[in-house]
Ligand binder design. Structure first.
Ligand SMILES: [Fe+2]
Length: 311
């Protein structure tokens, strides 16, 4: 399988896999090889393959044990509950790892370009491994030793308005609950209104599929405005992340950020526990259509292809 580099901004460069002939089917590719490239590089763009948008899951199924129950705010596409439109609105979106603030953190993100943007609304990517390597020793120490605390309100009965819920909910509606994920506490459920309220502590750094690499991969730059589920974000002791560290993060974001120049029918497979993504502002007349699939759990072991060292 011939691969091309996406960008020098990524550690290992990422991978573009191009179709060898017109209308080549994605499922004709060697699954083991794809897993190996994905685990090593963290991002693959499949280009020039035959894409039938409403049948995309026949390919993503090959790598998925379970899909994420994504925030109901996204519009369901093609009557397939696992294919969604990307985030609503036109504003710029800061780099983030999808749902990295929550106990359900997807392993793989899939973006498929149905209509390529021309001048604006480009998807941005940053490799968390490269990001971590660029952090100062002081900031590395800071994030290695400190956890981030998220206060979350999560709807589980469809597209519900979190703000409205918080205004109207009554204390007596809340029942003690348990989410069996380490890091969750003070968890309550409101069956009547369809919400779970929980606190969740996690790190801004993640272990990656490669034992020797850590990644800076989190939601810190997109805490408010993108996800209404996040009510509060602080360090575990309640204090804020110092401005000096935020400044460094913004600088490294600018240095590591890469914009995908989408081509129609591109399919992008992203290691969501290593790469962060975002979006540049969408201009008024831009026509852009990108769909999204989220694999909560992959059906191959974390790092399995790298540890077995198979070709
Ligand atoms: Fe996102």
């Amino acid at each position: 399988m011939e691969i091309k580099k996406i960008s020098d901004k990524f550690f290992e460069g990422g991978a573009i896999i191009e179709a060898k002939y017109k209308d080549q089917d994605l499922t004709s590719l060697n699954k083991k090889k794809i897993i190996n490239i994905f685990e090593k590089k963290g991002v693959i763009i499949f280009r020039g393959f035959k894409i039938i948008p409403n049948k995309l899951t026949s390919f993503t199924d090959l790598f998925t044990y379970r899909y994420a129950n994504d925030a109901a705010r996204r519009t369901k596409m093609f009557k397939n509950k696992n294919i969604k439109s990307v985030d609503l609105g036109n504003a710029e979106m800061a780099l983030h790892s999808e749902a990295s603030f929550s106990p359900s953190w997807p392993e793989i993100l899939w973006f498929c370009c149905i209509k390529a943007p021309k001048k604006s609304g480009f998807t941005t990517l940053s490799d968390g491994v490269q990001f971590y390597r660029k952090l100062s020793t002081k900031s590395k120490k800071f994030f290695l030793g400190k956890q981030i605390l998220y206060n979350l309100v999560v709807p589980f009965k469809g597209d519900l308005d979190v703000k409205k819920y918080l205004k109207n909910r009554k204390k007596k509606e809340l029942k003690e609950w348990i989410l069996e994920v380490p890091g969750t506490f003070d968890t309550k459920i409101n069956f009547k209104k369809g919400f779970v309220e929980t606190k969740y502590m996690t790190f801004a750094l993640s272990k990656t599929r490669n034992i020797n690499q850590l990644a800076f991969c989190n939601h810190l730059q997109a805490v408010f405005g993108t996800d209404p589920q996040i009510i509060e974000c602080s360090l575990l002791n309640g204090s804020k992340i110092p401005d000096l560290i935020y400044r460094e993060i913004r600088k490294i974001s600018d240095e590591t950020k890469f914009s995908i120049k989408w081509k129609k029918n591109d399919l992008c497979m992203i290691d969501n526990q290593r790469f962060m993504h975002g979006r540049s502002k969408i201009l008024e007349f831009e026509k852009r259509e990108i769909i999204n699939i989220q694999t909560l759990h992959a059906n191959f072991g974390f790092g399995s292809s790298l540890r077995a060292n198979y070709k």
